[in-house]
Write a protein that binds this ligand. Structure first.
Ligand SMILES: Cc1cc2nc3c(=O)[nH]c(=O)nc-3n(C[C@H](O)[C@H](O)[C@H](O)COP(=O)(O)OP(=O)(O)OC[C@H]3O[C@@H](n4cnc5c(N)ncnc54)[C@H](O)[C@@H]3O)c2cc1C
Length: 177
């Protein structure tokens, strides 16, 4: 049997994971690279941000998802650059060669009209983001307890949420098994 083509997928979000699964038992070798060694289940991130769930409940080990996939290997690394003419990636764990490359590194935060004040905003795209929001909310609750009128309670408590979707979406169907 000849050498199998090597498909490198950057990003183990829903997109990268579903694609890697589709290559199961196919005559290819898949390397899935992700910045963290866990998949971040974004739909429940609001629960971490508001103290309803612990971060570990929405962080699923990527290698566990692929433990029965003989042709899928996982690596934790940051990809810095793709050298397409040379068919290789420059990453935090060295250069990685590929025959085919898939970039599934998600969308970015869009601040729309809030771009000028984005440094002051809290975003919700990663587990560290969710923990930042949580810590901010809890610190404000503590502040409110000892507040003797120095600050208005409204200022401490009010939270403005920008963005979000109302989706009829069953997350349990998508939770990795
Ligand atoms: C708070 C929140 C709630 C949501 N709720 C819902 C919902 O209820 N229903 C719904 O349908 N959608 C929801 N979404 C949207 C959904 O989560 C995204 O559309 C989906 O996660 C996008 O998948 P993806 O694979 O494209 O990217 P992601 O899931 O973002 O995955 C990209 C991966 O690439 C990795 N990565 C990025 N750059 C690099 C790099 N340079 N090197 C290595 N790794 C890298 C990241 O670490 C990440 O793991 C929500 C999103 C958020 C933020």
């Amino acid at each position: 049997m000849g050498i199998k083509p090597k498909i490198v997928i950057i990003g183990a979000g829903f997109g990268g994971i579903e694609l890697a699964k589709a290559f199961r038992n196919k005559p290819v070798d898949v390397l899935l690279i992700n910045r963290n060694n866990y998949h971040n289940f974004q739909p429940l991130m609001y629960q971490v941000a508001t103290g309803g769930l612990e971060p570990g409940s929405i962080a699923y080990p990527i290698r566990r998802i692929f433990r029965r996939y003989k042709n899928v290997t996982c690596r934790m690394a940051d990809v810095f650059e793709a050298d397409v003419p040379q068919n290789q990636l420059l990453t935090s764990i060295g250069n990685i060669a590929f025959d085919f490359l898939v970039i599934a590194t998600r969308s970015q935060n869009n601040f729309f009209n809030f771009e000028p004040i984005k440094e002051k905003l809290l975003t919700l795209k990663s587990i560290p983001d969710a923990l930042n929001i949580r810590s901010f909310l809890f610190q404000n609750l503590e502040k409110a307890l000892t507040n003797r009128g120095e600050e208005s309670l409204e200022e401490i408590f009010n939270v403005a949420i920008v963005g979000g979707d109302l989706l009829d979406w069953n997350w349990q169907e998508h939770w990795p098994k």
